[in-house]
Write a protein that binds this ligand. Structure first.
Ligand SMILES: [Zn+2]
Length: 258
């Protein structure tokens, strides 16, 4: 599942292709918006808010999308032929580029003034201009009995983090994913590390927390169930824990994390 850094970079690419240019075509392949036509309007900007993407169009319209499990955007020159696909949910074109959204989990069009109805519940955005680690820690602390691995994935606490960064941050801080939030000594350091790891990866697609880009060596514990911990050699464990669909499996080292 794409995490906040992937969404941040996607928003930047969409912004570069669409912002300041007039749409020549819009094709929303969602029944509710089948007749919506944004052609003739200029795109003001594309921004990420947590894992949500907001494309703001002049006239006070926002196109809100979410990648969910398998969504992606591809940006192609305006003249390219896009192969037909039932996976296409949204096409936004201008004279130079066409942005094609595949398998988007959410596609909705709403007044920009009402964006809060779709992203207002989110906690501080790890990659946003308003990132506020103290507020993120405060929200986490509000439910002290909750398992920290589950609480970190709750986008109302902090927005943008997903399963990979959650597992990696908890490993690097030596915290067991099932430890109650109230027993985690330094939540500020925990969320601060999450922000730094995501920030370090946001400029490119691909997630590396070990500092090693070689395939198979990019993470400490995420995706490494049964393989030896890179620090102590103990087999990495995995088990189901709360989270959105597809984010339920967590990974940890039972020796390095307590
Ligand atoms: Zn270990």
């Amino acid at each position: 599942m794409p995490e906040g850094d992937t969404v941040w970079l996607t928003a930047r690419r969409l912004h570069e292709a669409l912002a300041g240019r007039v749409l020549t075509r819009s094709d929303v392949r969602v029944p509710r918006y089948a007749t919506t036509n944004l052609a003739g309007a200029a795109v003001a900007e594309a921004v990420a808010r947590g894992k949500h993407l907001l494309i703001r169009v002049e006239g006070g319209i926002t196109v809100h999308t979410h990648l969910r499990m398998d969504g992606s955007w591809r940006i192609r020159p305006a003249g390219d032929r896009i192969p037909p696909s039932h996976r296409i949910r949204l096409v936004l074109s201008n004279d130079t580029w066409q942005a094609v959204g595949y398998q988007l989990g959410i596609v909705e069009i709403l007044p920009t003034a009402r964006e809060a109805s779709v992203v207002g519940h989110l906690g501080p955005d790890l990659l946003g201009p308003d990132w506020d680690p103290a507020e993120a820690a405060r929200r986490l602390r509000a439910a002290p009995a909750r398992a920290v691995g589950e609480a970190l994935l709750d986008q109302r606490n902090l927005a943008g983090i997903g399963n990979l960064y959650k597992a990696e941050v908890l490993f690097l801080r030596g915290v067991d994913p099932w430890r109650p939030v109230g027993e985690v000594a330094d939540l500020d350091a925990l969320v601060g590390l999450a922000q730094r790891l995501m920030g370090a990866n946001k400029e490119r697609f691909g997630q590396v927390t070990t500092g090693v880009r070689r395939p198979g060596e990019q993470t400490w514990v995420y995706g490494r169930a049964g393989r030896p911990c890179r620090r102590c050699g103990t087999p990495v464990r995995s088990a189901d824990q709360g989270g959105e669909t597809g984010e339920r499996v967590t990974y940890w080292c039972p020796r390095c994390q307590s």
